[in-house]
Design a protein around this ligand. Structure first.
Ligand code: NDP
Length: 287
């Protein structure tokens, strides 16, 4: 028998989640602040609760996917969470997730936090590779693992309720670094007779080729030896930075996305890290 699910929040993400549970035959009770968003799901067999309190009363497993942590507080304010399994897929900070876990405990609920590493079209499409980071109660994760795996893959990252959010933000932060780099690259070729559509595969392939460097960084962080397996040392890389800056200038491109990173590289070199990899920059950030 499939676990019954209550889902609070029928935005783009909540609706995508709801569809997968319905399609997989899980009895589903939904609630949304704006009731109209539940109509299509009702036609497909979802129970629609008039209030969040009613929805929470309907099942033990309560999945929440609202805009932000504040909306979770508002939506759950008048509900009885006693003995409920609360799985919060709303994006939050590690601090908010930890506070929400404590808040849930005080109300007699078990708590699991999730960070969704997917956009709505990837939900229910296993080959798209989307997944959700979970942290908090391991027992809760194990109990509902199969149900939680219906919309997307599941990756449990620890008992600390804040770890799912931390993993989520860490990966997305790296993604923004990549987007910053690609913005600079496209800016450099813009205005030249280079077709961005022909350039894009070169760029994408290069990023993929460079991505495994994170394993060397991790290895160096673990061993504490930042010269381990170094391919291009910091002294050499800093020596190359003027070429990047003058190319930007010649192309009329602001160096503002590259400069902060180069500045950190120079500082580490000045401290004597010339034979290291780029890993020493992490020390400068975390001091
Ligand atoms: P939407 O903006 O589409 O939906 C927001 C939902 O939150 C709606 O159901 C809305 O209700 C509800 N809501 C907002 N404020 C309140 C409140 N004060 N009380 C009750 N309900 C409220 O967002 P998504 O569905 O896209 O996102 C939901 C969560 O999923 C977010 O935390 C987001 O960061 C996360 N996520 C989203 C991704 C995406 O690509 N969409 C990717 C990864 C994570 P109403 O309909 O009444 O406005």
């Amino acid at each position: 028998e499939k676990t019954s699910v209550t889902l609070l929040g029928l935005g783009a993400m909540g609706t995508a989640l709801a569809r997968t549970w319905l399609a997989a035959g899980h009895p589903l009770t939904v609630w949304n602040r704006t009731p109209a968003r539940a109509a299509a799901l009702a036609a497909d067999g979802a129970e629609v609760a008039d209030t969040a309190a009613e929805a929470v009363a309907a099942n033990t497993l309560i999945v929440v996917c609202l805009l932000d942590d504040a909306s979770v507080g508002e939506a759950l304010a008048g509900t009885d969470l006693t003995d409920r399994d609360l799985v919060n897929l709303t994006t939050s900070t590690p601090g908010q997730a930890r506070a929400r876990a404590e808040w849930a405990r005080e109300r007699g609920a078990r708590h699991l936090d999730g960070g969704i590493m997917a956009v709505p079209p990837m939900i229910g499409v296993p080959e798209a590779g989307g997944y959700v980071f979970y942290s908090g109660s391991r027992e809760l994760f194990e109990r509902h693992r199969e149900t939680l795996a219906v919309p997307a893959g599941t990756t449990y990252v620890g008992e600390d309720a804040g770890f799912a959010a931390l993993h989520d933000v860490a990966l997305l932060s790296a993604m923004y670094g990549m987007f910053a780099g690609t913005a600079h690259a496209f800016a450099l070729i813009r205005g030249e007779n280079i077709d961005p559509v022909s350039f894009a595969p070169l760029l994408a392939d290069w990023l993929v080729a460079m991505a495994p460097a994170v394993h060397r960084t991790a290895d160096q962080l673990r061993s504490g030896d930042y010269t381990k397996g170094v391919v291009s040392d910091l002294a050499m890389q800093v020596a190359g930075t003027p070429a990047f800056l003058s190319t930007a200038e010649q192309q009329g491109v602001s160096p503002e996305l590259l400069s902060p990173y180069f500045e950190l590289m120079r500082r580490r070199l000045a401290e004597g890290g010339g034979e290291e990899d780029l890993t020493g920059v992490i020390d400068l950030l975390t001091r």
